[in-house]
Design a protein around this ligand. Structure first.
Ligand code: ATP
Length: 216
């Protein structure tokens, strides 16, 4: 089944013909964030600066269905690190909705819950091309793409041309430059005693140090 691109270029806002104000474009950014890094931070900022999204809600996953072996860091610390990462970023916030829910953190359940909290918003799921390529396998994927649009971040290794899932999804490629960093790379750097301060916001590095995270 083909995927649909509703507007070009990139994730830009669409003009609406009516005099009604545009609905809030609410970016929903899920992840394990173990730890949050400068890729997460700079890419979400770029999305806002380009006008693609009005607000961004970071949602750390409790038990991520796609990464059964992770996260290794407690929900409280991951929440704390995300708070630290976005401190001072206007129109960005973090939600503990998935951390409070029992069982696997299915995105479709989160979207349903957010619908009642933000009834007038257009939900836009933000994800890297690596996750986009896997989207068809997500829990209730067909329902999920009825609720939210998708904004795909470029990520080295997974080309957009080959990432498109077999789903009837409204998606856009984010008009942002790729940033080559991953949480696993940071965990590896810490474990091997290599520098990693250039890969995470300073306040996140302070938490990693203070809590002795990722040393083994
Ligand atoms: P790990 O290395 O542990 O797999 P990660 O770096 O992918 O972690 P996550 O918290 O799992 O970090 O990512 C949350 C979301 O951000 C996912 O949709 C992922 O694809 C996206 N993402 C993470 N890093 C990047 C990056 N450098 N460029 C584009 N997208 C990214």
């Amino acid at each position: 089944m083909p995927t649909r691109i509703r507007s070009l270029p990139g994730c830009s806002k669409m003009a609406t013909p009516s005099s009604e104000p545009d609905p809030l474009r609410l970016g929903i950014f899920g992840g394990t964030f173990d730890p949050p890094h400068l890729g997460h931070v700079s890419l979400t900022r770029a999305l806002q600066e380009s006008g693609a999204l009005d607000e961004i809600l970071w949602i750390p996953a409790g038990v991520p269905p796609h990464k059964p072996a992770s996260p290794r860091t407690s929900p409280e610390l991951r929440l704390q690190m995300v708070r630290a990462a976005i401190d001072g970023c206007a129109h960005q916030s973090v939600s503990d909705i998935e951390l409070l829910r029992e069982g696997p953190s299915y995105t479709v359940d989160t979207l349903r819950a957010l619908r009642s909290e933000y009834p007038k918003a257009t939900p836009v799921l933000i994800m890297g091309s690596d996750q986009f390529a896997e989207l068809a396998g997500w829990h209730e994927a067909e329902e999920l793409v009825q609720i939210a649009e998708v904004c795909v971040l470029p990520r080295g290794g997974v080309e957009l041309a080959t990432a498109q899932p077999r789903l009837d999804v409204v998606w856009r490629a984010a008009d942002v430059a790729p940033v080559d960093v991953s949480s696993s790379e940071i965990r590896r750097h810490v474990r091997e005693g290599r520098p990693y301060g250039h890969l995470v916001p300073m306040a996140v590095a302070e938490i990693i140090e203070r809590e002795g995270l990722y040393l083994e």
